[in-house]
Design a protein around this ligand. Structure first.
Ligand code: PAF
Length: 510
């Protein structure tokens, strides 16, 4: 495909009509650096769409005329960088193209007050309105499938996601983590304006934020006052330093597992922002749902793709059932049973085929727990109050430092009520009966007619939802996904998209 430079809005429309592909869009204001390169190359490696980079210094988002005049302009180099890193086309419109005089069709937008009045919005009046207006205009012209943005401008990212949702634009936002320079400062087009001394101060500011993150990992608390004191001692002029909820930008609450520590400082004429995410533990995904919804397959694949631990709570109930049979223990003689629970250890370990083995008191029981004998008693065992209490405690122990995806029936409601992402996976009775009928590993498929299968599923749903101990209920904050008509991979991708939308990329490898 020829590398193309487009300058007029009409040409964009023609190009779009003539290409037989979806578009990845990377908006920029030029003076491209490694952060932009990462955006372009991520888009290129993500899919086979065409990659369009725009270069437009948007006057509406500058609250200071001098800042606009001084904004670095390096267009020839930007063109080279874009093409050599995967751009298929570059859009370089003029001011008149984006904002034609007297064009009543241009929609001037206002960023939502809740998000735009915090942090940078405090001192940059109208800045986010300008960003929303230009991005809305560009998205309407380009109609991309994906929009690539950096997490460095976290507040901008939140505001643009909000814009896309309120304006019902059909585009997915893909974010990339803040890219840092050799001295730890976030890459920014404005860095070229820094003197050596200013750069040193900013590097001190960034390293203080990274240090706060390190301390938080150990102590689970943060002192803004201590950071401010250190910065002030270096005569660094702080515009703001805030500890906030990463999505609402309201003050961080004690129960927030992930929070945002964000600051802006001024060095001479240059104002620089930086942030880190503070995490008490790595994220947890809870997947609940009825039998036959595809939970296990989906959960395993998500764990693999996101490099999370797969916590198969069902396997824990089965392992315990196995031990009871193996040791000939009558679980109805309660006193003895309590003692046994106290001496049980259940652990998961990856085997050499990269699958997970389950061990109970050092016995590997991965295969044994799938027997018909276990299937016939596991439901009974798992409805015993003490068993539930014991295994929920064990599951929470495994989840203490997070970094897992757990499936079951009470994960989002009982085991991990603070999970960052809760999914309630379900499918219609018809679909689940169809799936069971075509399941080669299930004896049911050969022996039971579809009508009876539907009745059995209805009965199981009723029992699961109405049992006294840990019934199957959708947590209030769970997202329901009805899997009818979707392939396993489509469901997995959908859940991963929701995860990426909720969990900053920057925290995903911490
Ligand atoms: O982040 C930027 O460079 C700009 O704010 C954007 C998104 C290109 C809009 O002008």
């Amino acid at each position: 495909m020829k590398q193309l430079i487009i300058r007029k809005t009409e040409e964009i429309e023609n190009w779009r009509r003539n290409i037989n592909s979806e578009i990845n869009f990377i908006p920029t204001m030029g003076n491209l650096h490694n952060g932009h390169i990462k955006l372009i190359s991520t888009a290129k490696n993500d899919n086979s769409n065409l990659n369009l980079v725009s270069i437009f210094i948007n006057p509406l988002q500058f609250d200071n005329k001098l800042d606009l005049e001084n904004y670095p302009k390096t267009i020839d180099n930007d063109i080279k960088i874009s093409f050599s890193n995967g751009a298929d086309a570059i859009f370089i419109p003029s001011n008149e193209d984006i904002y034609p005089p007297n064009n009543k069709n241009i929609k001037f937008l206002q960023a939502p007050i809740e998000l735009s009045s915090a942090l940078c919005g405090l001192n940059r009046i109208g800045h986010f309105d300008g960003v929303c207006t230009v991005v809305y205009r560009l998205l309407n012209l380009i109609k991309p499938k994906n929009l690539y943005l950096g997490e460095k401008d976290w507040q901008q990212l939140l505001i643009l996601k909000n814009l896309i949702s309120t304006e019902k634009l059909n585009v997915a936002v893909k974010s990339i983590p803040t890219q840092r320079d050799f001295d730890g400062i976030p890459l920014s087009s404005r860095n070229v304006n820094l003197s050596k001394n200013e750069r040193k101060l900013i590097s001190f500011f960034s390293s203080e934020l990274l240090e706060a993150k390190r301390i938080f990992q150990q102590e689970k608390k943060i002192s803004l006052r201590a950071i401010i004191k250190k910065l002030s001692a270096k005569k660094i002029s702080i515009e703001y330093l805030e500890h906030l909820h990463p999505h609402t930008l309201q003050k961080a609450r004690i129960e927030d597992n992930i929070s945002l520590l964000a600051g802006a400082i001024r060095c001479g004429e240059t104002r620089l922002i930086d942030h880190v995410f503070l995490m008490k533990r790595r994220p947890i995904i809870a997947i609940d749902g009825p039998a036959g919804s595809g939970k296990s397959t989906v959960t395993k694949l998500i764990a693999k793709k996101l490099k999370l631990l797969y916590l198969d709570t069902g396997a824990m109930y089965r392992a315990l059932s196995w031990l009871l049979i193996e040791k000939n223990i009558d679980y109805k003689t309660e006193k003895k049973f309590q003692n046994i629970l106290q001496n049980i250890s259940i652990v998961f370990k990856s085997n050499k085929n990269l699958h997970q083995d389950v061990f109970i008191n050092d016995y590997c029981v991965t295969k044994e727990i799938r027997s018909q004998e276990i299937s016939s008693i596991v439901s009974k065992i798992s409805s015993i109050k003490e068993v539930r209490k014991f295994l929920v405690k064990e599951q929470r122990k495994i989840g203490e430092s997070g970094g897992l995806v757990a499936e079951g029936r009470d994960i989002g409601t009982t085991v991990f009520p603070n999970a960052e992402l809760k999914i309630f996976l379900t499918a219609s009775i018809d679909e689940r009966a169809k799936r069971r009928k075509s399941d080669k590993n299930s004896k049911d498929s050969q022996e039971i007619d579809i009508h009876t299968l539907k009745e059995l599923i209805k009965k199981r749903d009723f029992e699961d939802s109405n049992r006294v101990i840990s019934p199957l209920i959708k947590a209030n904050d769970a997202i329901e996904i009805i899997t009818d008509g979707y392939s396993i991979n489509e469901v997995v991708d959908k859940i991963i998209d929701i995860y990426n939308d909720k969990i900053p990329k920057e925290t995903q490898n911490q």
